[in-house]
Write a protein that binds this ligand. Structure first.
Ligand code: GLU
Length: 446
């Protein structure tokens, strides 16, 4: 059984760039009949907050992702400690005492000599007495993983044959001097122990994968399948930073975008498929093939969301939108006719509220062509108003006044709605009703 995970740190709000790995994992699970684990990488106690943890769950739910399983790294410290002990016992985790300044000085020296700035493993030469002396000075060790100087290879779900030459990397620090873990080890321990079969994440993690494969192997754990997708960037190539809150999922939700619009853009950009509005997850899952994802950055223009959103709204069945119209305060008895009338004019569902205001009033009518309006008032038909009322009424006004085309419709639109543009008046007029129409034609704010 496939088990994938999405592993954000609860240190900020998710943005559209995070939606990409979240969705690629969720869609992969859906397609393979597998499960999706949400793992909060909250080992950084200072920056992780409960508010962000809760927001991540909410934002995923809004995207349509309900995790099958949930884990928190902060609750798995005992397992991380046990794994660290095993690495120590195997001679793969060693204590280092250099300060940041010492490391920086060494780096500069190496660069000056034209050498790659790789950690020189000086700490491996320390004797037990050296270490005791350093500790007596009050120094606490940080711990590095001893890399095998070899090239790690794997068959990447997205990139095909992939490799990382670990001989060109510094031994990574796994544990800080204060005893806290960096991301690298807990991620491997949790992936291994929770049974993750496929790790699908951004290509910014390719080098990590080289290191992490070695850690899986050092722990005697099965190595999962890896897939590294291209990262979503804005059109100018700028990355999306969680800290900037740039295009946060919550911001997009509050702005009234449909989750399906965000999903379509987050997933289809930089894939083999054209970016289009896909309303449901199953169809989206059928369109995504990890092996077909481009290796170039997935550049997108945030304004594409508007077009995608409008297309989704224009195709949205009334039954689906009915509860939302009720939330906007639109009375249920007229909501369906109202939806049919305004749907083609909406970019976002929330704009329905503005059109309801135009229907129910009060609005400020704009009276321009006195003659047209006078005739319109005079021959305004009796109730009930239906879908044919507009046609019959305007035909009659035309034959009385000779006004036609824009010269006929614009004065009526301005009087009835106070606006130059809007939904088809044939649909709006029955909703406005005779009484309000008469008052508006008389110039009254109604
Ligand atoms: N917490 C890590 C991140 O947000 C997870 C990376 C991974 O998927 O392994 O970058």
């Amino acid at each position: 059984m496939t088990l994938v995970r999405f592993a954000p740190s609860p240190t900020g709000y998710l943005h559209i760039g995070n939606a990409r790995p979240a969705l690629l994992n969720a869609l992969f699970a859906r397609k393979t009949g597998g499960q999706f684990l949400l793992r909060l990488d909250d080992t950084d106690a200072e920056r992780s907050t409960e508010t962000f943890a809760e927001a991540i769950r909410e934002d995923l739910a809004w995207l349509g992702i309900e995790p099958d399983l949930f884990a928190r790294q902060s609750e798995r410290k005992a397992q991380h400690d046990a794994a660290a002990d095993r690495l120590r016992a195997a001679g793969r985790l060693y204590p280092c005492y250099e300060t940041q300044e010492e490391l920086e000085r060494r780096r500069k020296r190496q660069l000056g000599r034209g050498q790659p700035p790789i950690y020189d493993r000086a700490a491996l030469q320390l004797t037990a007495e050296d270490r005791a002396a350093l500790e007596a000075e009050g120094r606490r060790p940080h711990w590095r993983f001893l890399l095998d100087a070899r090239t790690v290879t794997w068959d990447d779900l997205v990139r095909g044959p992939a490799h990382v030459d670990c001989a060109s990397l510094s031994d990574p620090v796994l544990i800080r001097a204060d005893g806290s873990y960096l991301y690298t080890l807990p991620s491997v321990v949790d992936d291994a122990e929770l049974g993750i079969t496929h790790v699908i994440r951004g290509e910014d993690h390719v080098t990590n994968t080289g290191v992490q494969v070695q850690i899986f192997e050092a722990l005697g754990a099965a190595v999962p399948v890896f897939g590294h997708h291209n990262l979503l960037t804005t059109a100018d190539g700028e990355g999306l930073s969680k800290r900037l809150g740039h295009l946060s999922l919550r911001g997009l939700r509050e702005a009234g975008y449909e989750p399906a619009a965000v999903r379509s853009l987050a997933v289809l950009t930089g894939s083999a498929e054209s970016v289009r509005a896909v309303p449901d997850l199953d169809t989206l899952a059928s369109l995504v093939d990890l092996g077909e994802i481009s290796r170039a950055p997935a550049r997108f223009d945030p304004t594409e969301l508007d077009g995608l959103n409008a297309r989704l709204v224009h195709a949205m069945p009334y039954a689906e939108v009915a509860p939302r119209l009720a939330d906007l305060g639109i009375p249920p008895e007229t909501a369906e006719a109202f939806w049919m009338a305004v749907q083609p004019n909406l970019g976002r569902v929330s704009e329905a509220r503005d059109w309801w205001q135009v229907v129910a009033g009060p609005i400020n009518p704009v009276i321009t062509e006195e003659a047209v309006i006078a005739a319109a008032r005079e021959i305004l038909p009796p109730e009930p108003f239906g879908p044919e009322t507009w046609k019959a009424w305007t035909t009659e006004i035309r034959s009385r006044t000779g006004a036609k085309g824009r010269g006929l419709f614009m004065p009526l639109r301005l009087a009835l709605t106070g606006l130059e543009h809007g939904p088809d008046l044939a649909g709006l007029l029955p909703l406005i009703g005779r009484d309000r129409a008469a008052r508006r034609l008389a110039g009254e704010a109604a």
